[in-house]
Design a protein around this ligand. Structure first.
Ligand code: NA7
Length: 525
C-alpha cells in the first residue's frame, strides 16, 4: 500500500509528488495522458497560450529553476509551457513515479485506505489520495443533435492532435468563443479556405500584446524573486496587479479613458484592475464594459458583425476575460464569417456541416471549443465513494461541498488540490497550487509524526465553509452571469459559484489559522 496516491501529473500533481517524495512518503501518480503537463499536454490547438504572464506563471518554490528557466515570450505558448512541465519532471526525476495512460475511474475507502480502480484494470491501494486533476480538464461536449453523423473531421481544442492538422484551403467551422475559441480563430483563419465562427455569447476580450521577453525583463524578474514570494502571500491574485487605486466613478471621464487606453496598449487582463470599483459596482462595471465595446466597434468594419461581436447583457469580468491576438481583426477578412447563434441557432449537425435556423453551413472540419465541466467534473468523474458508499457525484449533486476546497466530509484521507471552494482560477493557479501543496504536505507530515492514519473534514466545518464561499460570491457580480463559474454551461448542473472569491491572500490566512489551531475542522484518528 502506498502512503499516498496522486491523481494527475499536471503542475499540481508533479509538485505534490515531488514534495511528498522529498518528505519520505511512498507515493505514486496516475495520469490519463501519455505525458506530464495536464492542461498544457491536452490543449495543443494553434494559438494556445497562457493568459497569465510567463514570469508569474512559473513555479516559485524552486528558486534555481526560477532563475535558470528562460521564458521566451511575455505570454508563453502551449509548447513552451509543456516543455517547462517536462523539464520540471526531468529535474526532479519524477517520470518513474508516474503511471501514464491510466485513468482512475473508481475508488472506495475501506480498511483504513483507498482502493482505486483504473480503466486499465489496475487496482491501487493507498492510505491517502491527493487529487491534482485540474479545474478545467473534464471536457464537456454539448449534445448537438447529429454530431456523430458529421462526415468531416471533428476536432476539440481541448484534445487537439499532436501531429499537424492539414487545414489549408479547407472549410472550417468553430463552435465556441471563450478563451480557447478566441485564441484559435485567428490561427485557423491563416490557413482555412473558409472559416465560420458560431458564437452563442459574445465575450469581452483584451489584446495580449504578446512579444518576446528581453533579457533585462528576465533579469529583473530574478532580481525580484523575494518580492514574488511576498506577493504570493499578500496579494489577491498571488502576484501583483496594480491599477490606479482610484474608483472609476470618481475619476474624470477623460482621465478614465486615458487610463484605460494605457492599459489597453499594455495588453493583458490587468486592465480589469485599473479601477477599484468595476468588480463590484454595476455602474462602474458598465463604464469599463462600454470601453471594451468601443474597441470592438473601432476594429470590425461590417456594422452588423460588429453588433454581434459586441458583448452585452452581463457585467464584464463575470465570464473569464479573454486575451486575444488579432481576434476582432479576423472578422474583417473576406473568408471569415460569424454566425450569431442568438439569432440563428444551431438545429443540428449534418453529414455535411452545421445546420442553423437559416440554413446549412457546409464544412470539412468542425472545431469544438465548447469548454469544460469546470471545477467539479474532473473530480466527480473519478468515481470516488466515501465512507457511507455514496459517490462524490451524488454528494455534490446540489453543488460542491468542501472544507477549504481541499477536503470533503465523508471522504477521509482525500485531499483535493485546487478543489471547488478554493480560489482556483480566480487567482494565479500556480500560486494556489504551491500553497495547497505546502499546506497538505505539512498536514500529512504532522499526521505521520503523530501516528494518525485517518484525517477527515468535519461536517460542521464544511457547512461553515460552504456558507462562507457563497457569502463572498454574493458580494461580487459573478453569480448574475451564466458562465462556467456557476456551472451554467453544463446542462442540468446545479447553479453554484464554486470558487472562493475572497482572494488568495485571505484564503491563505484562513488556512494558516486552521493549521495554527491544530487543523481546526479536521478529525484526526
Ligand atoms: P469556455 O470559456 O467555457 O468557452 C466555451 C465556449 O463554448 C463559450 O463561448 C460557450 O458559449 C460555447 N458553448 C458552450 N456550449 C455551447 C452550445 N451548446 N452551443 C453553442 N456554444 C456553446 O471554454 P474555453 O475552453 O474557451 O476556456 C476555458 C478556460 O481555459 C478559460 O477560461 C481560461 O482559463 C483557459 P456561452 O458563453 O456558454 O454562451
Amino acid at each position: 500500500m502506498w502512503d499516498i496516491a496522486v491523481i494527475g501529473a499536471g503542475f499540481a500533481g508533479l509538485h505534490v509528488l515531488d514534495q511528498l517524495r522529498r518528505r519520505g512518503f511512498s507515493c505514486h501518480a496516475y495520469e490519463t495522458a501519455a505525458g506530464v503537463g495536464g492542461t498544457w499536454y491536452w490543449n495543443r490547438y494553434p494559438g494556445a497560450r497562457c493568459d497569465v504572464e510567463s514570469l508569474d506563471y512559473s513555479y516559485l518554490h524552486d528558486r534555481e529553476l526560477y532563475e535558470s528557466w528562460q521564458w521566451s515570450e511575455r505570454f508563453a505558448g502551449q509548447p513552451e509551457i509543456l516543455r517547462y512541465a517536462e523539464h520540471f519532471a526531468d529535474r526532479r526525476g519524477l517520470w518513474p513515479h508516474i503511471t501514464f495512460g491510466t485513468t482512475i475511474t473508481g475508488g472506495v475507502f475501506e480498511d483504513g485506505g483507498w482502493t482505486l480502480t483504473a480503466d486499465t484494470g489496475e487496482r491501487v491501494r493507498a492510505r491517502f489520495v491527493v487529487t491534482a486533476v485540474g479545474c478545467m480538464s473534464a471536457v464537456h461536449t454539448p449534445a448537438f443533435p447529429g454530431l456523430d453523423s458529421f462526415g468531416g473531421t471533428v476536432l476539440r481544442t481541448s484534445r487537439w492532435p499532436a501531429e499537424p492538422v492539414e487545414l489549408a484551403g479547407r472549410r472550417v467551422g468553430v463552435i465556441g468563443t471563450g478563451s480557447s475559441g478566441i485564441q484559435v480563430v485567428p490561427e485557423l483563419a491563416k490557413e482555412a479556405g473558409e472559416l465560420v465562427v458560431f458564437q452563442r455569447t459574445a465575450n469581452f476580450s483584451v489584446p495580449a500584446r504578446n512579444r518576446a521577453l528581453t533579457q533585462a525583463e528576465r533579469d529583473a524578474a530574478v532580481a525580484g524573486y523575494e518580492g514574488k514570494l511576498v506577493a504570493a502571500r499578500t496579494t489577491r491574485f498571488g502576484h501583483p496587479v496594480t491599477g490606479t487605486g482610484r474608483a472609476a466613478l470618481e475619476t474624470d471621464p477623460v482621465e478614465r479613458v486615458a487610463e484605460l487606453d494605457r492599459a489597453w496598449a499594455r495588453g493583458g487582463t490587468h486592465i480589469v484592475a485599473t479601477f477599484t470599483d468595476t468588480g463590484r459596482d454595476p455602474a462602474a462595471n458598465a463604464v469599463l464594459a462600454e470601453y471594451f465595446r468601443d474597441r470592438v466597434r473601432a476594429v470590425v468594419r461590417d456594422p452588423a458583425v460588429a453588433r454581434a461581436l459586441v458583448p452585452s447583457g452581463y457585467p464584464i469580468g463575470t465570464k473569464r476575460l479573454c486575451v486575444d491576438d488579432g481576434y476582432y481583426e479576423t472578422f474583417n477578412l473576406p473568408h471569415v464569417r460569424l454566425v450569431d447563434l442568438r439569432e440563428d441557432p444551431i438545429e443540428e449537425v449534418t453529414a455535411k456541416g452545421v445546420r442553423t435556423a437559416r440554413g446549412e453551413h457546409v464544412l470539412d472540419v468542425l472545431v469544438l471549443a465548447t469548454g469544460f465541466d469546470a471545477f467539479t467534473g474532473a473530480l466527480t468523474r473519478l468515481g470516488l465513494r466515501g465512507r457511507d458508499g455514496r459517490s462524490l457525484e451524488e454528494v455534490w449533486r446540489e453543488g460542491p461541498r468542501s472544507y477549504l476546497g481541499l477536503a470533503v466530509a465523508g471522504f477521509p484521507n482525500l485531499f483535493t488540490l485546487t478543489g471547488p471552494g478554493s480560489t482556483m482560477v480566480l487567482s494565479n493557479v500556480l500560486r494556489a497550487i504551491e500553497h495547497h501543496v505546502e499546506w497538505v504536505c505539512e498536514l500529512l507530515t504532522l499526521a505521520r509524526a503523530r501516528g494518525v492514519t485517518e484525517v477527515e473534514a468535519l461536517p460542521a466545518a464544511q457547512e461553515e465553509w460552504v456558507a462562507r464561499v457563497a457569502e463572498l460570491a454574493g458580494r461580487t457580480l459573478y453569480p448574475r452571469t451564466d458562465s462556467y463559474y456557476v456551472g451554467a454551461n453544463v446542462e442540468g448542473k446545479a447553479r453554484v459559484f464554486a470558487p472562493f472569491a475572497g482572494g488568495l491572500d485571505a484564503y491563505r490566512a484562513i488556512c494558516d489559522g486552521v493549521a495554527a489551531e491544530g487543523y481546526r475542522g479536521f478529525r484526526f484518528a
